[in-house]
Design a protein around this ligand. Structure first.
Ligand code: GDP
Ligand code: MG
Length: 162
């Protein structure tokens, strides 16, 4: 089986947009309404001749446990089944209380974690991601899933650890 790269993060940060960018086609459903990806969905992906399975986590529907617990639980499952984690945050919003729940899980895992700061659509916004160093997950990687900015550099480093 190929190594599994899981994309985790709260609703609307651009996980599905990032999946589409990595696949090079629009397969994952991108929605302005948070929580549209209902299940974990796996896609065969390839970069630099390395094959891996990309898992778009979703289903972050707030249920009886509430949104924070739902996101944390889904992230926990994803972290368990994957080999590498891409944790996506919205660079325009910064880390929220919901993100913080996931951050605590990620700090505990020994698996490689990439901190992806999405929605950095132009160079002028790049410096804003520096504050995300404080999450303790290493270097924030500025990307724009929408425009493709920074995604190749990120993938180069992800496949190095596969
Ligand atoms: P998900 O819930 O995390 O899967 O997020 P989606 O991929 O569905 O995206 C949520 C919203 O953010 C949509 O309106 C996207 O068009 C928007 N979005 C995603 N990536 C970017 C980006 O790089 N830049 C900007 N400006 N918007 C983005
Ligand atoms: Mg989605």
């Amino acid at each position: 089986a190929h190594p599994v790269v899981a994309i985790v993060g709260r609703p609307n940060v651009g996980k599905s947009a990032l999946v589409n960018r990595i696949l090079g086609r629009r397969e994952a459903v991108v929605e302005d309404v948070p929580g549209v990806t209902r299940d974990r969905v796996s896609y065969p992906a390839e970069w630099q001749d390395k094959r891996f399975t990309l898992v778009d986590t979703g289903g972050w529907e707030p249920d009886a446990r509430g949104i924070d617990a739902s996101v944390a639980l889904q992230a926990e499952v994803a972290i368990e089944l994957c080999d590498v984690v891409m944790f996506v945050v919205d660079s325009r919003v910064g880390a929220t209380a919901t993100d913080e729940r996931v951050v605590q899980l990620l700090r505990r895992t020994k698996k490689p974690v990439f901190l992806v700061a999405n929605k950095v659509d132009d160079a002028a916004q790049e410096h804003e991601v520096a504050s995300l160093w404080s999450l303790g997950l290493g270097e924030p990687r500025p990307v724009s899933a929408l425009h493709g900015r920074g995604v190749a550099d990120l993938l180069d480093d992800v496949v190095k650890v596969l």
